[in-house]
Design a binder for this molecule. Structure first.
Ligand SMILES: [Zn+2]
Length: 243
């Protein structure tokens, strides 16, 4: 197979996880970057196994996170996307499995913001840069929005994956000051105006998610031992999906 594909053995086993682990069942697949394929003389669409974080071809600055070649958009005009891809890769390498789970949560929250047309300044700017049209033209979960939201999804992932920051938001001993610091960090890293002056919209998708985790944590804690005060600081282990 190494001869047929022109790839060295170690590269093949990386791309074909079954060669490494016969019991491996699922691994994400998607189209290879068309420019990378073209360099090898392949012009037809090629489906490859890819890393869960692989949204961009860093060599060609092309979005490869979609399902087909039509979604392979040139994103070289937006260097923050390249930066986000590197940060995303580092998160997954440091916390494999868990990072993917947290990313999915962050993705749902940002998708909720998109649906409610919240915090859209960077999103609209990127859509305009890449597609030059009104954002309302694109469906909520389209590739266009996935691309335009990517830096915020990665930034939110990096906050929610951090023990320091998640325990500011969700903890049996959480104080109003903890929450204020959490939202200040989100505001700072995502460049959005959430939680300014201590005001948080109770219908904001991030707030809804945070309060749901807090509710579940307190309920579970109480069910374990309702005679003890809620003193122990713990990381939420039973995250719920965003509704
Ligand atoms: Zn490429």
């Amino acid at each position: 197979m190494s001869i047929a594909t022109g790839l060295p053995d170690h590269a093949l086993s990386y791309r074909l996880p079954e060669l490494r682990s016969p019991s491996f069942i699922e691994f994400p697949t998607g189209p290879a970057c068309r420019f990378c394929a073209a360099r090898r003389g392949i012009v037809e669409p090629v489906t490859i196994y890819r890393d869960s974080y692989a949204k961009l071809c860093l060599r060609h600055r092309v979005w490869v996170g979609g399902d087909n070649l039509d979604t392979q958009v040139d994103v070289s005009a937006l260097p923050e996307l390249t930066n986000a891809q590197r940060r995303h890769r580092n998160l997954v390498r440091h916390r494999p499995g868990y990072a993917e789970f947290v990313y999915t949560t962050a993705e749902r929250i940002v998708s909720g913001w998109t649906a409610r047309r919240l915090w859209g300044e960077s999103r609209d700017r990127r859509l305009f840069t890449l597609f030059g049209d009104e954002p309302a033209r694109f469906p909520r979960d389209s590739t266009e929005f996935n691309i335009a939201n990517y830096p915020e999804i990665v930034s939110l992932t990096s906050i929610l994956i951090s023990y320091h920051w998640i325990t500011k938001a969700v903890s049996p001993e959480r104080t109003p000051e903890d929450l204020r610091q959490f939202y200040a960090e989100v505001r700072h890293r995502l460049g959005i105006d959430i939680g300014r002056d201590g005001f948080v919209d109770q219908h904001d998708p991030l707030t809804v998610w945070v309060e749901k985790q807090q509710h579940n944590l307190e309920r579970n804690h109480y069910q374990r031992d309702h005679t003890q005060p809620l003193r122990q600081r713990t990381t939420p282990t039973t995250w719920q999906e965003v509704g």
